[in-house]
Design a protein. Structure first.
Length: 409
């Protein structure tokens, strides 16, 4: 038999038992739908995290009280560390760090914001040095401007607001030059940010950015979190040298013994991306294992249905072999039937999984990304499962004795 005859024979056998064929597909459909949906959402989430949340440049790092916490023990040790202080920042920013091109700081807390009769009870107000915004890539994109170092040093009451804040308190208005109250203190809006989303744990669309000196004067307390943002001199090549220099200086400031661990944590782009890779990989593996159970069940169903099909078609197999069909022709036909069934289930699963992922994205804004690679993976995986599941029935059909097959009723 040539390939076209095999294909037509396999299709005839599948069409002859439509309901059974559909029920055979269910396990494959559910498994592939789950895998494609999970992979699509995780792929989109990886892209989103890389582009939107991990906004730290590769030549920059953050000095923080906690750093990356991977266990309860690390958390308990970090809690015992004293908060980073304004006085320490002044020492770091005094020119002692020869490997640092820029040193900035920020602190933030939730404060009430009022404009007329509009009140936002828990708005994130960020107090940062003038170089903090460029360090993290804040840009008004022509919608006003960021505050200057002179405005920071003079504790000017100016503010840059996020896109959601603008829409909530200045709907259908140009906010530039208008006044908002932060816990009763007036600030003039000098710029507003485009819609961006979260970055390093803060939703940029829902914040108000003000100069650090006015923040320190009116809202800052020593118990509040303070982080240092440092740009290495010499780009990425100078990152390690800058971190080592800052580490040594802070250890000296805090009189840390050489036996003791660092009294602060350091965050770099590579560390944040590696942490996210570990989290997303663990999630992907867990969900894939769960989906694989469904695929395995689908493969078992296909194998059982194909064994029933062999039993029902024993006489047909005997006639075909008596008329000259070879064992390999019989085996290839049953393998083709199994692979066509599973491929069809995989295709349906890809469509359903992709549709679910995109529906979740449209309904919730949760990132999802269906690529050609994901589609091919779903179809290929289902086809392989079908081939493996159909091997035993195909072999049994091919090895039937011709005389016994012809006698079957």
């Amino acid at each position: 038999m040539n390939h076209q005859e095999l294909f037509r024979a396999a299709l005839r056998a599948i069409r002859a038992h439509k309901l059974r064929s559909f029920l055979t597909l269910l396990g494959i459909i559910i498994g592939v739908t789950t895998i494609v949906g999970v992979v699509g959402i995780i792929t989109g989430l990886n892209t989103y995290v890389k582009e939107k949340i991990i906004v730290l440049a590769p030549d920059m790092y953050i000095v923080t009280r906690f750093g990356i916490i991977r266990s309860r023990e690390e958390f308990l040790k970090a809690v015992k560390r004293p908060q980073l202080s304004w006085e320490e920042y002044q020492r770091l920013n005094s020119g002692v760090l020869t490997h640092a091109a820029m040193v900035g700081t920020r602190s933030f807390k939730q404060l009430p914001v009022n404009v007329g009769d509009k009140r936002l009870a828990d708005t994130i107000v960020v107090g940062g040095t003038a170089n903090f915004a460029p360090i993290l890539g804040f840009d008004t994109q022509g919608n006003g401007r960021l505050f200057t170092d002179a405005e920071d040093q003079s504790a000017a009451n100016v503010a840059v607001i996020g896109a959601d804040i603008k829409d909530q308190v200045f709907p259908n208005q140009d906010p530039l030059g208008r006044t908002l109250l932060i816990r009763g203190l007036p600030f003039q809006v000098i710029g507003h940010l485009p819609k961006e989303g979260k970055g390093l744990g803060i939703n940029r669309d829902q914040l108000v950015l003000i100069p650090f000196q006015v923040y320190r004067k009116n809202f800052y307390a020593k118990k509040d979190q303070l982080d240092y943002f440092i740009k290495a001199r010499g780009g990425v090549e100078g990152l390690d040298a800058s971190i080592d220099e800052t580490r040594a200086f802070i250890r000296a400031l805090r009189h840390t013994s050489w036996r003791d661990p660092d009294p602060v944590g350091f965050l770099t782009q590579d560390q944040l991306q590696e942490l996210w890779r570990q989290i997303s990989t663990a999630t992907f593996v867990l969900l894939t294992l769960i989906a694989s159970v469904s695929l395995g069940v689908g493969g078992i169903v296909i194998m059982n249905i194909m064994l029933v099909s062999v039993a029902e078609r024993t006489q047909e197999i005997g006639v075909r072999m008596a008329l000259g069909a070879r064992k390999r022709d019989i085996q290839r036909q049953f393998l083709l039937e199994a692979s066509l069934l599973s491929m069809a289930g995989g295709l349906i699963g890809v469509l359903l999984g992709g549709g679910i992922a995109l529906l979740v994205k449209a309904a919730t804004g949760f990132p999802a990304q269906i690529t050609v690679g994901i589609v091919l993976m779903g179809i290929s995986l289902s086809t392989v499962v079908g081939l493996l599941a159909g091997f035993l029935p195909a072999r049994r059909a091919a090895n039937l004795p011709v005389i016994d097959a012809l006698r079957a009723e």
